[in-house]
Design a protein around this ligand. Sequence first.
Ligand SMILES: [Mg+2]
Length: 277
Amino acid sequence: MPRRLETGQLITSSAVALLTLLSACSNWSPAPAAKPANILDVAVAWKQTAAEYEALYYQAYNLAQHQVEHALAQQLPGGQTLAVILDLDDTLLDTRDYWAQLLEADQDFFDDPSWDAWIPLNRVRAAPGALEFLNFCAVHGVEVFYVTSRDQGDATYQYALDQLIRLGFPYADTNHLTVLRESSNKQVRQNEIASSHKVVLLMGDNLNDFSRVYYVDNVTDRKALMRQDKALFGTRYILLPNPTDGHWIKAIFGDSEPSSSDENRRRWHDAAMGRGS
Ligand SMILES: [Mg+2]
């Protein structure tokens, strides 16, 4: 009965295949579900991985050194002491570890409490090129002033000062470090420094690090003000890249630290489509 024999063989083969499949299934576990995309993923990935991101820091600090060299060459005997003024976070301090931590916690907007908890952990590093430039300034008698806005309570100032000292930055002392806890307005301190020193340049990752003039909450107005000063960028104002935070966020949301909400995610999307204003 060849036909029945063939059928039997077929049934036996199918059973073996089924058993093999069942055996494989018993060892199978589903792949972990992919995490939904975080709206900060691209910006933070760029900060973490792009050689271009770090190259922009070298470019900024090379440019700054060029400007200082030019100022030194022009300096007259007995003239005012030259100075540079810098912001801290994302200008001379590398805060990428914070952003990785934020993503690890599945948060998709800057979060003040986690930032305030992160600062004392001392995980900031020197930004690419910053130490070399500031040491160049120190060697040539160009004073370095640090002006930052931070608020982590009573220890805020000490945290900032200790970080500068730990990383080996020059002029890390109370005469050269200003920490604004109540305001982001750096203009008052900048004017004080300018009254006693010849300020060669300012460095920051936010237009407000250069002048309070830029403190407007509107995308179009910020761009218009920036364009009026376009000749200052790369000469008196040296800007560092920051795609994760800054006053540009406030221009979109009306708040520098917008809450995590679907409404704000929709605003991100609108801004990305060129509809932010
Ligand atoms: Mg900054």
